[in-house]
Ligand binder design. Structure first.
Ligand code: TA6
Length: 277
């Protein structure tokens, strides 16, 4: 089942339901902000905006064509998450899986921000697992370099009860003290955390009490782990002061050293699949 919704302010999203899962995806940013199957996987701020030009706070924002402030001429995390995508394909042939593809192509406003012709296709597969595949095609006569991420906000029962495995011994950049370090053991949280891991080559496991979420990726060797903790959370837009307790971001990326340079007509696909074990 697919239902189209339009809020009184014109903001549009679609609601998907099949035999094993349900989801909600905004056309702005091709932004999935709800996915429920075995668990209610994605955190969504209770005070998130749902209005044009403002990114939804939660779910899976697309950071594209740049992650962070890598490209000083672009807003933090690029422009895709506030751009209007169009639905180009929906496949409901399977009762336990729905596949939808949304597209963004260059236009006057994107060219003014980032002067390249491109095609950006996000395919989301809603089943008892959730998969996203973000394909970038260089439609320009010039090569371009991009950094990107699925900025995934995961619901957690309590940030103090969370552990992240699969990044042991990986090199990372700590954005808080701008130092390069090596991860020792699993990741747990007792303060602000903002780290970009490189050489990521295996599944990541998010352990939240008895629930384990497996994060499998393709086309990525970097992952960002973030929790704002008390101070930064209080300064963040679109979230309540105590929201830091409810989520952790584990962001499958091509960030920092893991950038991608595409020649004319070349494409790159960033993929991630979430499985509740
Ligand atoms: O991915 C981590 C991060 O870069 C943090 O530094 C924090 O800024 C977060 O993204 C949220 O950024 P946003 O632009 O969505 O407010």
């Amino acid at each position: 089942m697919i239902k189209h919704h339009k809020l009184t302010n014109g903001f549009e999203y679609i609601e998907i339901q099949n035999s094993v899962a349900q989801a909600k995806i905004a056309l702005q940013g091709a932004h999935i902000f709800e996915y429920k199957s075995k668990t209610d996987l994605l955190w969504l701020s209770k005070t998130s905006p749902f209005e044009d030009t403002k990114a939804i706070r939660g779910g899976i924002p697309l950071c594209w064509p740049s992650f962070g402030n890598n490209n000083p001429s672009l807003a933090q995390h690029g422009f895709a998450r506030t751009a209007l995508f169009e639905i180009i394909h929906i496949d409901e042939t399977q009762e336990n899986s729905t596949k939808i593809t949304l597209r963004l192509q260059d236009n006057k406003s994107t060219l003014a921000l980032w002067n390249y012709h491109f095609e950006l296709n996000l395919t989301i597969t809603i089943a008892d697992t959730l998969s996203l595949a973000l394909q970038t095609i260089n439609k320009d006569t010039q090569p371009f370099t991009l950094t990107q991420a699925f900025h995934t906000y995961f619901n957690v029962s309590g940030i103090n009860d969370v552990a992240i495995g699969g990044l042991e011994e990986k090199p990372y950049f700590d954005a808080l003290d701008t130092k390069h370090k090596i991860q020792k053991g699993t990741i747990t949280f007792n303060q602000e955390f903002d780290c970009v891991y490189q050489e990521v080559d295996k599944d990541i496991l998010l352990q939240d009490k008895s629930v384990t979420t497996q994060i499998s990726s393709n086309g990525s060797s970097s992952t960002v782990v973030w929790n704002p903790w008390i101070g930064k959370c209080a300064r963040m837009s679109g979230m309540r002061e105590d929201a830091y307790k409810e989520f952790v971001c584990i962001e499958t990326a091509n960030a920092y050293d893991d950038f991608k340079t595409l020649q004319t007509n070349e494409s790159h696909t960033l993929e991630v699949t979430f499985t509740t074990l």
